[in-house]
Design a protein around this ligand. Structure first.
Ligand code: 3EB
Length: 404
């Protein structure tokens, strides 16, 4: 059991793993004043629930969903002032919150259990937490630095920026286990091709020389490993990225790139979808001792490699949740050589739901509430990478048996 609750504008969950507690909270402002009052309202709600939950935890990572990219600079100042020298790794995502507010915030915190927790805060771009012999490298808001305009050049530049942020602290790019790639007008044209396809071409080129998770995957895994990922639209035109990397000396830690038997692996998609296939896995499980932490990639209503439930947002939401359920299930972990590590939708600790059309929000929400119950959840408006996809869902889950 994970301790979870949610109300109209807030949700939280506490995952007690014994040596450490993870705290997740999502919040939207209760009243619709100006930017400053909305941001502070949402942040205070998060601080309150984290405290009330008995976790004297500290927020280490956050995603700020913002209605208009032009508000990011002001929002950043308000958040910096609020947190002072306790600033979490932060990404600003130009996606309007479905509830109508200017912002909504997803936060992830950590509290010690029986073991020590160390937190090193460098900037909005980088926070490192250490516990149980594992370092989690939380990489925040990353944008291209090049003056070039093409999606390809901007993507390469942003990947390079991320590489540099990590390298500054001695972390290698191939230690990344999860990425978030946000790109405006994702299905829009780029010359003869499409913006998302150009992002995929850049990712393929950039990843060519990296071997992710080397020496850490289950024996017998032959496929090339890629990080779990979300690739989705924004309301501006540019590119924003963030990532999560992991470093450890523990020799009992296994990284399991999960694929869904109901879906063709994205990196094996046919050329029709993208000449250079999307290089990501469906979920990355971090297995340490008795427990798996499962990072579920952006998941959509696709089986085999086909979109299902065209023009039916409820059908798509159900199919997407079915896909996540199958992906994290005990039988899928057995298939990947890791029996006992499975999870169910009840073991999800937080979720983001990207909805393409505002008018589908209530329908999607009803299905999510019915199947996921109370948990911290964010709904935002975004184009998905195929025109016919109406919803995409991601989140984190923990092995059923590990959560006290
Ligand atoms: C799909 O299954 C939906 O490009 O990194 C989901 C997750 C999707 C990640 C990415 C794209 C990405 O193909 C789209």
């Amino acid at each position: 059991m994970i301790t979870k609750d949610s109300g109209e504008n807030v949700g939280y969950s506490i995952v007690d793993l014994g040596d450490v507690k993870h705290v997740f909270a999502s919040s939207a402002p209760k009243t619709y004043g100006n930017l400053r009052s909305q941001v502070r309202d949402a942040l205070k709600t998060i601080a309150t629930v984290v405290k009330e939950a008995g976790a004297i935890g500290s927020i280490v990572r956050q995603a700020v969903f913002i209605k208009d990219a032009r508000l990011i600079d002001d929002c950043r100042k308000i958040i910096a002032e609020f947190y002072g020298n306790e600033l979490p790794a932060t990404i600003y995502i130009p996606q309007p919150p479905c509830g109508g507010s200017l912002v909504s915030i997803e936060a992830m915190g950590i509290a010690h259990g029986n073991g020590e927790v160390e937190i090193d805060r460098y900037s909005e771009k980088l926070v490192i937490t250490r516990h149980s012999g594992i370092s989690w490298i939380h990489c925040g808001h990353t944008t291209p630095s090049t003056p070039a305009h093409s999606v390809y050049a901007r993507s390469i530049s942003a990947f390079e920026q991320m590489e540099r942020t990590l390298a500054d602290r001695g972390i290698r790019y191939d230690q990344i286990i999860r990425t978030w790639l946000y790109i405006g007008d994702i299905v829009g044209p780029e010359g003869e091709t499409q913006r998302y396809k150009e992002l995929n071409r850049a990712r393929t080129d950039f990843y060519r020389d990296f071997r992710f998770a080397t020496g850490r995957t289950p024996q017998g895994l032959k496929q090339t490993v890629y990080p779990a990922s979300t690739g989705i639209g924004t309301s501006n035109r540019d590119l924003t990225m963030s990532c999560l990397a992991l470093a450890t000396d523990r020799d009992d830690l296994t990284l399991v790139p999960l694929e869904n038997p109901q879906q063709v692996a994205a990196f094996d998609y046919g050329e029709h979808y993208s000449p250079e296939s999307p290089k990501f896995c469906r979920a990355m499980a971090i297995v340490a001792g008795q427990c798996a932490t499962i990072l579920v990639s952006g998941t959509a209503s696709i089986t085999e490699s086909e979109t299902r439930f065209i023009n039916d947002v409820e059908g798509q939401t159900h199919q997407t949740l079915d896909n996540i359920e199958a992906l994290i299930s005990e039988s899928n972990f057995q298939r990947h050589g890791m029996p006992g590590m499975g999870a169910t939708l009840d073991d999800m600790a937080n979720v983001r739901v990207y909805v393409k059309r505002q008018q589908d929000y209530q329908k999607t929400k009803a299905v999510c509430q019915e199947r996921l119950g109370a948990l911290p959840i964010i709904y935002s408006i975004a184009d998905v990478c195929r025109d016919d996809l109406l919803v995409e869902i991601e989140g984190m889950a923990f092995s059923h048996r590990c959560v006290k």
